[in-house]
Write a protein that binds this ligand. Structure first.
Ligand code: SF4
Ligand code: SF4
Length: 462
């Protein structure tokens, strides 16, 4: 109980002298750890494989911040799509809020790349090279042998190589695999920026996974800090059933002498915890909901023939009232808003045109009377393509009485993200202009495919 007395006064990763306490987390065993391992495998395959997936030559995902070009599921988004971006960000924010209200921090323990790489990749490599957590702790606290130096050296080399691989994949999401291939195969002098980016990311990942580790979740990550405002007593979290578990105590030889609570104070839940906390002290910001303590405690419950799930996914209210978790009205309200936003976002994405065009009458230009018996207005079109391929482009009018005449060189194709513009007259036979203002429909086509229509105003003779 001494630890409980200090609960809230000290960090699990800092000792009484203010020094970092290294966490030697035992490898969990159990059903949930198996599920996490499977999920991580799928996740890792997706992470390393997705940059290579292309649909008709277009990457499935690309987040090219330097060129402000983003591709989601093969669809290109440019700075012109700021409305979509705004709604998308709002939807993501709401999703995070709703998800956290209901499921607490389960994303951190099960789907966050930091946790997956740390717990399922780097820590496992550490177990393979340096042995289980108890052995690592014992070795680190005695004089290092040559064997230990060699093992540590190999571990750090593997960590660095793996960080290099992650850095390259990470960069492939930003600049694409083709650009990455050029950085890797061309002389370094031709891609100094790219080379420095790879080196920088590699060092950053290596430092995070070799040294910073759980501090990313407990100190650095802003999402972790948000928990204190997002969670309420109905949120699902990894929770210790103190009503069933207390008073805790070691099992005596005879059941008669045993403490009344089911917790046998074996400390296994603390030993497997990658952030070094004791979940029996209640909900803590350091808990990433990785569920390792559930597996550890269930293993102990099986051994002492007690019902499982003394630690389980439950809400604080459900534990206190000994009932099943419930979803409250606030969460339902946020979920309804989120669904509405997702519907708006999906319909905007589905109906989004391949070209984005703005057509304006050239300012200062009035009606022009021509020697060929026509009158004309001058227009300028600014157009940008959101397709990943060069696209053919042309304009047409929806009227037999009017025709287009280009000024200067006429555009016939558009390239992704490159804004193009051209100037043209709309010419109409004088006798056909019946009103002061006529409306014509300008058709923007790619080949025979109609991409967009724009209404343009034609100033007539009277
Ligand atoms: S308390 Fe349990 S769920 Fe939370 S981080 Fe520690 S082991 Fe994971
Ligand atoms: S693992 Fe379970 S039984 Fe052991 S100390 Fe933790 S809560 Fe108690």
């Amino acid at each position: 109980m001494e630890e409980a007395a200090h609960y809230g006064d000290q960090l699990s990763t800092v000792d009484s002298k203010g020094k970092r306490k290294w966490i030697y987390a035992l490898q969990p065993k159990g059903k949930l750890y198996k599920y996490r391992s499977l999920l991580s495998l799928v996740y890792l395959l997706a992470f390393f494989g997705l940059p290579f997936v292309r649909i008709k030559g277009v990457p499935l995902f690309l987040f090219n911040f330097p060129q402000a070009t983003f591709i989601f599921f093969g669809k290109v988004f440019l700075p012109q799509d700021f409305i979509l971006l705004g709604i998308g960000m709002l939807a993501v924010l709401l999703f995070i809020i709703v998800f956290t209200f209901v499921y607490g921090r389960v994303f951190c323990g099960w789907a966050c790349p930091q946790t997956i790489f740390m717990e399922m990749v780097f820590r496992r490599i550490e177990y393979w090279i340096e042995g289980p957590a108890q052995k690592q702790r014992a070795n680190d606290h005695k004089e290092w042998t040559t064997e230990l130096y060699v093992r540590k050296g190999i571990k750090h080399m593997v960590f660095f190589l793996l960080s290099f691989l992650i850095a390259n994949t990470f960069l492939a999401y930003i600049i694409g695999t083709e650009a990455l291939y050029h950085i890797m195969t061309d002389p370094v002098s031709e891609h100094i920026g790219g080379f420095l980016a790879i080196l920088g990311f590699t060092i950053a990942f290596y430092v995070v996974y070799a040294f910073v580790r759980e501090l990313v979740c407990t100190v650095v990550c802003p999402y972790g800090r948000l928990q204190s405002v997002l969670l309420d007593k109905n949120s699902l979290v990894v929770a210790y059933d103190y009503i069933r578990g207390e008073p805790r105590g070691k099992r005596k030889k005879t059941e008669a002498n045993a403490p009344a609570g089911d917790c046998i104070d074996c400390n296994m839940c603390v030993q497997v915890c990658p952030t070094g906390i004791d979940i029996r002290n209640g909900l803590q910001l350091e808990c990433t909901n990785c569920t390792a303590c559930i597996d550890a405690c269930n293993m102990m419950m099986e051994k002492v023939h007690k019902p499982l799930n003394l630690i389980r996914i439950a809400s604080e209210a459900a534990i206190a009232e000994n009932r099943k978790p419930r979803i409250n009205y606030r969460t339902k309200g946020y979920a309804a808003v989120l669904i509405a936003l997702l519907i708006v976002l999906s319909s905007l994405i589905i109906t989004r045109a391949k070209f984005d065009a703005t057509v304006l009458r050239v300012p200062g230009q009035v009606l022009q009377e021509n020697p060929d018996g026509t009158v004309s207005n001058l227009y300028r079109i600014k157009i940008v393509s959101k397709s990943m391929r060069p696209e053919s482009y042309r304009l047409a009018l929806d009227s037999k009485d009017a025709r287009i005449e280009y000024v200067g060189k006429h555009l016939d194709s558009l390239y992704t993200g490159k804004s193009a513009e051209e100037t043209f007259f709309i010419k109409v036979d004088t006798g056909k202009v019946m009103r002061r203002k006529e409306q014509y429909t300008l058709r923007i086509l790619s080949g025979d495919e109609l991409i967009q229509t724009k209404e343009v105003t034609f100033i007539g003779t009277y």
